[in-house]
Design a binder for this molecule. Structure first.
Ligand code: HEM
Length: 294
């Protein structure tokens, strides 16, 4: 689907005004991930406003300090997604299409050990998992590039060649997800200390991505840095399943922005107000969500 997805992204960038300010978050960083994932899953693009609302609601369940109001909102989002996917699975069983939901219900019909709940949970994870994170990758990236003019200059000199390494450096330097967790099986040794089996470990992806033993001068933002193994998408069996998609989206957005607006600059110089949701790094959205009809 790469070519179709790139077209979807290009339409978003082409729709930006020339010679006037635009809001990067509401005009680009929010719509791109949601438009892309609705194409992959095969859900109706004109319901994307609701998908975004449900995603923002479900994500609140990841906040250990959530208020009872936020907990209720998270449950509401989850119930909406469950109801929506239940109906859609029935519709695709009756009339399959060229999309991921049809593939999943076909697998079930062919005897795969996959319950309806498992299909729904996976579909919800795909719909929700890439929204806020990829929005933040684009938002953090453009902010970093425009506050490091030398890096922006390098990118605009050769957008096709450098957009990919720029994305990797943004992921390393200001990754949208700060931590992940693991439960120990055998008692591992960490820094010379034994951790018992069955313990929950919280691992800092941000810490690992600024490790001076792995990255030379780790606090320097450099889009031409030699490829180094950041862990912004986690690792091992549970490495982010959406990583290739997030990379495709961010790379295309940066490349097209740099080609179309080489003189792009910020209209405000205050740093973004960072999200208060723990463990996620991105700009707190003060702008309204985009109008679904646009
Ligand atoms: C810049 C964007 C993204 C970042 C930084 C990110 C980051 C992560 C991280 C750190 C994990 C945990 C991995 C681990 O514990 O080893 C994860 C898991 C996951 N991500 Fe992403 N993600 C992004 C985009 C996406 C997208 C676009 C999708 C879906 C289309 C997605 C779906 C998922 C799912 C389903 C999991 C769970 C995988 C599993 O447990 O096996 N993510 N992501």
């Amino acid at each position: 689907m790469k070519l179709r997805l790139e077209e979807v992204i290009d339409e978003v960038i082409d729709a930006l005004p020339s010679g006037q300010p635009f809001d990067l978050m509401s005009d680009v960083a929010i719509p791109v991930p949601i438009l892309v994932i609705v194409h992959v899953l095969g859900v109706e693009p004109d319901r994307r406003r609701e998908f975004r609302d449900w995603s923002e609601a479900v994500i609140l369940s990841l906040n250990p300090f959530r208020s009872s109001e936020q907990a209720a909102r998270a449950e509401w989002g989850s119930a909406q997604l469950t109801a929506y996917f239940t109906d859609l699975m029935a519709a695709r069983r009756a009339s399959p299409q060229e999309d991921l939901i049809s593939d999943m219900v076909k697998l079930q019909a062919d005897g795969a050990a996959l319950s309806d709940d498992e299909v729904r949970v996976n579909l919800s994870a795909l719909l929700v998992g890439g929204n806020l994170t990829t929005t933040d990758l684009i938002g953090n990236g453009v902010w970093l590039l425009l506050t490091h003019p030398e890096e922006w200059r390098k990118l605009t000199a050769d957008p096709a060649a450098l957009s990919s390494s720029a994305v990797e450096e943004i992921l390393r330097f200001e990754g949208p997800v700060a931590i992940t967790s693991r439960v120990t099986e055998a008692p591992p040794q960490v820094c010379g200390r034994e951790i018992p089996a069955g313990q929950l470990l919280i691992t800092s992806l941000h810490g690992a991505n600024r490790d001076p033993e792995v990255f030379e001068d780790p606090d320097r933002f450099d889009i031409t840095r030699k490829r180094a193994p950041h862990v912004a998408f986690g690792g091992g069996a549970h490495i982010c399943i959406g990583a290739p998609l997030a990379r495709l989206e961010a790379k295309r957005v940066l490349q097209r922005l740099a080609e179309r607006f080489p003189a792009l600059r910020l209209t405000q110089v205050d740093p973004p107000k960072w999200r208060t949701l723990p463990f996620f790094r991105g700009s707190e959205l003060t702008c309204p969500l985009p109008d679904p009809s646009v």
